[in-house]
Design a binder for this molecule. Structure first.
Ligand code: NAP
Length: 625
């Protein structure tokens, strides 16, 4: 039933809303000095709060409108952004943040400098993968009118969101930040959208922007070979009907980082008579009712799936090798109220400022990563900000486990928070306190025909083992074979010290090849969430192709010297960060390449600096031919 939209409903909506976003949205419309004088929401007293709520309700009763406002002029936009966070940002920060509220239809995307040139006959780009990043690239090429084909190994779009269907899978950053900047106001049912909803969103994008009809499903790339005589990539694809060949002038690898599950090998695995499941291969008909289940791993996946399995199973044993810092998120698991949905649709600009506020909560993350030696000399563990978080999370663990010391002693990590990818609590700690759940911290020795034996000789009888053991993250673009100029092999080149790229995207010897979410590309600090970066990386690749086409060339490639310099700087910058230091947990972190002991997944740069590198092509570093 549709709700009645009256003053009471609108007041409820404002009271449930992000009051900072309300404050800035209202000020954008009214320029009311009384609103400007209010502090950020966290510092509002009762009187100030009432002023804000009452004024917002009054305004909305008169002006509710589904239209999105035009982007304010730059000076005003910057002032509104400062007002939102209650501080003054520098020029570099403004440059990287100005499109976060996403007033433009297609922020960050690239256009032709003039009229679209005639493209060489048969010109096309091949995008490998139709997950989040492949779709972003396809939409960018749609906007430019550059022909492309998406080659997807699965029968549907969605990438990792199509593959992973384990219980309670959902995003762990608020959904409003998990939207493309060009597709706004998706009607998420929950604040943290479930996997099925994210799949729905991606399929909707694929169809809405015409990508679906350019996608060839069940086409798995097995090899990509650059033909120097024609400046073409020749791609071999495995299909259900045999091998197929596709030629493309450029390729964009959008195959994701979590593409290859890590299947652990335990002694005795072959004699175990029960079922072994990896979450990335979850059977649709799995029912834990009445079963004895082991869950190995407590990363984001293992944590997400414990609570729903524990509800149904007879007994669950959670095998934890290393404790994690697991933190709560406001509104996790909660439905988006009809009042908030209405506000998003009818308070012009609220969506933009709500999104900006949600992303702004990540601006300060760099502060967690850099050591304060003076603080340490005085007995601190890493730096004041990081230590404060450690204390808060330690307190949280104690509360969630009801003070059960046997659990608390084994759940508090020794390494500093933010050394590894933060894990979000969906009730994991609470689930550990259930009568039918046991936390096991002894190492696994072997599997027996009916269970798991730990090094202390205890055997736990189980029917099902869930190996929530993550992914082989260091195996970028694997197992396909890539042969570049002069027949050089990408994986051979990467065997020296792990996968490397320039800006995470380009490798010398591999012209017209771009990788999205490639090695060392995930922004570590001052970040803005990955969906925005899929658009930014796509725009970088598009900018290179646009210039190549506008200047009548057929190759664009990073120079060896630029690649080497970039990676030397990257290693140096990374070495100062928590992740590679002893206060972190470098040997227990998939962000770090375990074989070569170097940062692998993340871009170590301060976020706004990396944003500048990726939005301004440095043509001195590239070669056009
Ligand atoms: P993960 O973070 O790599 O965690 C793997 C877990 O398995 C760790 O606890 C690890 O222990 C354990 N493990 C691995 N091999 C083992 C072995 N041989 N014996 C015992 N334990 C073993 O993997 P993940 O949980 O799948 O998460 C990967 C990433 O996917 C996340 O960081 C996140 O980026 C993404 N993700 C996101 C969401 C979301 O909500 N948006 C959900 C799931 C995943 P150690 O710690 O000792 O290595």
């Amino acid at each position: 039933m549709e709700p009645t939209i009256d003053r009471t409903f609108i007041r409820r909506a404002i009271e449930l809303a992000d009051l900072n976003a309300v404050r800035v949205t209202l000020y954008q419309h009214t320029h009311d000095p009384e609103i400007a004088a209010l502090p950020v929401a966290a510092q509002l007293d009762e009187t100030g709060r009432e002023v804000l709520v009452a004024k917002a309700v009054d305004w909305l009763c008169e002006h509710a409108d589904p239209a999105m406002p035009a982007e304010p002029p730059e000076v005003e936009l910057r002032a509104l952004m400062d007002m939102a966070t209650g501080g003054h940002m520098g020029d570099l920060e403004f440059e990287s943040r100005r499109d976060l509220p996403a007033f433009k239809a297609f922020p960050w995307t690239v256009e032709w400098s003039d009229a679209k040139p005639d493209l060489p006959e048969g010109f096309q780009v091949a995008i490998i993968g139709s997950g989040f990043s492949g779709l972003a690239m396809a939409v960018q090429l749609e906007l430019l009118g550059i022909p492309y084909v998406v080659l997807e190994r699965r029968p549907d779009p969605g990438g990792t969101w199509s593959v992973n269907r384990y219980p309670d899978i959902r995003v762990d950053t608020i959904s409003i930040t998990y939207e493309y900047s060009f597709e706004k106001k998706f009607p998420w049912k929950e604040y943290f959208g479930r996997g099925a909803e994210v799949r729905e969103y991606l399929e909707y994008i694929s169809k809405k922007y015409g990508v679906f009809t350019h996608t060839r499903f069940e086409r798995e790339l097995t090899s990509a070979t650059f033909d120097e005589s024609r400046d073409l990539w020749v791609l071999e694809l495995q299909t259900p009907d045999g091998v197929e060949t596709v030629e493309a002038n450029a390729i964009v690898n959008a195959v994701g980082t979590f593409a290859n599950p890590n299947f652990p090998r335990f002694e005795g695995q072959e004699i175990f008579g029960g079922q072994i499941l990896h979450p990335a291969r979850w059977p649709a008909d799995f029912d834990a009712t009445g079963k004895r289940v082991a869950i190995i791993g407590n990363g984001s996946t293992g944590v997400q799936l414990l609570a729903p399995i524990a509800e149904d199973a007879d007994q669950v044993h959670v095998f934890q090798r290393t404790p994690q810092w697991i933190s709560p998120r406001d509104k996790y698991g909660k439905p988006v109220e009809p009042e908030i949905r209405w506000l998003v649709d009818n308070f012009p600009g609220y969506w933009n400022w709500w999104r900006y506020m949600a992303i702004a909560s990540l601006f300060g993350t760099h502060g967690y990563l850099v050591a304060d030696e003076e603080w340490k000399a005085q007995g601190g563990k890493f730096n004041p900000m990081n230590d404060k978080l450690r204390d808060d999370l330690t307190g949280y663990i104690k509360v969630q486990t009801g003070g059960r010391q046997d659990l608390v002693d084994r759940l508090i990590p020794e390494y500093a928070p933010f050394s590894r990818r933060p894990v979000v609590d969906n009730g994991w700690y609470k689930a550990l306190t259930r009568d039918n759940v046991e936390l096991v911290t002894d190492d696994i020795a072997r599997l027996t025909p009916t269970g798991i034996e730990t090094v202390d000789g205890t055997v736990r009888e189980v029917d099902t083992i869930v190996t929530a053991t993550g992914f082989e993250v260091a195996k970028y673009l694997w197992p396909a074979r890539y042969s570049g100029r002069g027949g050089i092999e990408l994986h051979e080149q990467w065997s020296v010290d792990g996968p490397r790229a320039y800006l995470g995207m380009m490798v010398p010897g591999f012209p017209n090849m771009f990788t999205l979410y490639g090695p060392n590309s995930q922004p570590l600090s001052g970040g803005t969430g990955l969906p925005i970066w899929y658009v930014i990386w796509s725009a970088y690749a598009a900018r290179c192709l646009v210039t190549m086409l506008e200047t009548g060339r057929s190759r664009v490639e990073v120079k060896q010297e630029a690649f080497t310099r970039y990676n030397t700087d990257l290693d140096e910058t990374a070495s100062n960060l928590l992740l590679l230091r002893e206060e972190g947990a470098p040997d227990k972190n998939y962000y770090v390449n375990s074989e070569h002991r170097r940062l692998q997944v993340s871009a170590p740069w301060y976020g706004p600096e990396y944003h500048r590198m990726c939005t301004h092509v440095n043509w001195d570093d590239l070669e056009l031919a």
